[in-house]
Design a binder for this molecule. Structure first.
Ligand SMILES: Nc1nc2c(c(=O)[nH]1)N[C@H]1C(S)=C(S)[C@@H](COP(=O)(O)OP(=O)(O)OC[C@H]3O[C@@H](n4cnc5c(N)ncnc54)[C@H](O)[C@@H]3O)O[C@H]1N2
Ligand code: MOO
Length: 401
């Protein structure tokens, strides 16, 4: 006879030693020290982190600039046209009342000009003079230093360098930037049951994490150094693989975080004299995750083998760790209303994939710990507290699906 336990609607409480989910992120971030700063050309800085404040080397804009094609006028009209100015040109003379220059957007305003009369508002008379409504002083003019005076802090150290910041740095007169490079991350995928291509053979499963991890590491701010597959047998293979990967800052181990006979991760961490910073987290899924530091300074992040649990664990521990190693502050999580027919978990945080909708974020797809469908369709993970109710606010960790 086979005895079966009745299915329960709520999950069992978290193990007593498990770290609360919000605290796990803070611990992982706080444990990391940023890599030394170095200087790189702008073209090599995308995705890295500013290692010093970015300051304007000159006023932005550098001079009073025409913001419209038209006429830069002085005094009241009609105005006599003195010259034509194009962007990039200079005109050393000064306008007197009743004079103007034809001017292009981006050209430096001549001394004496009060404003720009747009072409559409101007009428050119038979004698070549220009008439039109008197523009108020400063109209259609970008004032020198209006965006930032010289020396102004454009962005603080710790800012992630994206396209807008690269453009801002160039506008501010910079050719290079001081940066913290993205940490180097190697990924070890464990599991003798994994097939690497096609439809898995009977009893086996297709490796979902090997293809996912390099993209996930890059999304979280790391430099992926590749994926290596480690067999569960002989025992000791995982320890050798971890110890042997020297030229990385972080080793991610996928699988082997549980208590089964083939799960070697915690034993190898103890044997190696590693310091555990986070050891199990009060969340669902992903609770067996672990973060530890080896005596040589390298970090080990253990992600549970179940693919969605691994994704949750990566966003809980790996993301904040890489953020800290990169010299960036831990971002505050936005709280938005979350909708969907899901029960929160007793005594722990439940992480579900969500997609934006007009009223907040809606829970999407399947979110069992082995299934990636929901996460692949989602924009974020919502962290549902035990007292969350449908439509209530929850913090979001943004993801890329
Ligand atoms: N007695 C207990 N058993 C389990 C516990 C527990 O607390 N006590 N926790 C369960 C939870 S929760 C998780 S999550 C898993 C974690 O297991 P491991 O990290 O040791 O991973 P594996 O056992 O190797 O695999 C678990 C599961 O995931 C599949 N898997 C593994 N790697 C991949 C991959 N790269 N791509 C796709 N699927 C993968 C694997 O086939 C298993 O089905 O432990 C539970 N057990
Ligand atoms: O928490 Mo496990 O991580 O349920 O799949």
């Amino acid at each position: 006879m086979v005895f079966m336990f009745p299915a329960t609607a709520t999950s069992p409480p978290a193990p007593p030693t498990a770290v609360p989910w919000t605290h796990a992120r803070v611990l992982a971030h706080g444990a990391a020290r940023p890599s030394p700063a170095r200087t790189v050309p702008l073209r090599a800085a995308a995705g890295l982190t500013l290692a010093g404040d970015l300051r304007a080397r000159h006023p932005l804009p550098a001079f009073d600039t025409a913001a419209m094609d038209g006429y830069a006028v002085a005094g009241r009209g009609p105005w006599r046209v003195r010259a034509a100015l194009r962007a990039g040109g200079t005109w050393a003379d000064t306008l007197n009342a009743g004079e103007c220059v034809e001017i292009s957007t981006g050209a430096r305003l001549p001394a004496g000009a009060r404003a720009v009369l747009p072409l559409e508002s101007a009428a050119v008379g038979a004698d070549g003079s220009v008439a039109g409504p008197l523009p108020p002083p400063g109209r259609h003019v970008r004032k020198a230093g209006e965006d930032a005076p010289a020396g102004h802090r454009l962005a603080p150290a710790g800012t992630r360098i994206g396209p807008a910041l690269l453009g801002l740095a160039a506008s501010g007169g910079h050719d290079t930037l001081p940066v913290h490079a993205g940490p180097r991350v190697g990924a070890l995928v464990t599991g003798d049951e994994l097939d690497q291509s096609g439809i898995p053979r009977p009893g086996r499963v297709r490796d979902a994490l090997g293809p996912a991890l390099p993209a996930l590491i890059a999304e979280l701010g790391g430099r992926s150094c590749g994926v290596r597959h480690v067999p569960d047998r002989p025992a000791g293979g995982l320890a050798a693989a971890v110890q042997g990967w020297h030229d990385v800052d972080v080793v991610v181990v996928a699988g082997s975080t549980s208590v089964g006979v083939t799960d070697q991760l915690r034993r190898l961490l103890d044997d190696a004299g590693a310091r555990r910073v986070v050891d199990t987290v009060a969340c669902r899924p992903g609770h067996p995750m672990v973060l530890a530091q080896l005596p040589d300074g390298r970090w080990v992040v253990g992600l549970p083998g179940n693919p969605y649990a691994a994704l949750v664990a990566a966003h809980t521990l790996l993301g904040p760790l890489l953020t800290g190693l990169s010299g960036r502050p831990l971002p505050a999580l936005p709280h938005v209303p979350v909708w969907g027919p899901v029960r929160p978990a007793r005594g722990r945080t439940r992480l579900v994939p969500v997609a934006w909708d007009s009223a907040g974020a809606r829970i999407v797809g399947g979110h069992g710990s082995a299934f990636l469908h929901g996460a692949a369709m989602g924009d974020a993970l919502a962290a549902l507290a035990p007292d969350w109710a449908d439509g209530g606010p929850a913090p979001l960790v943004l993801t890329f699906g």
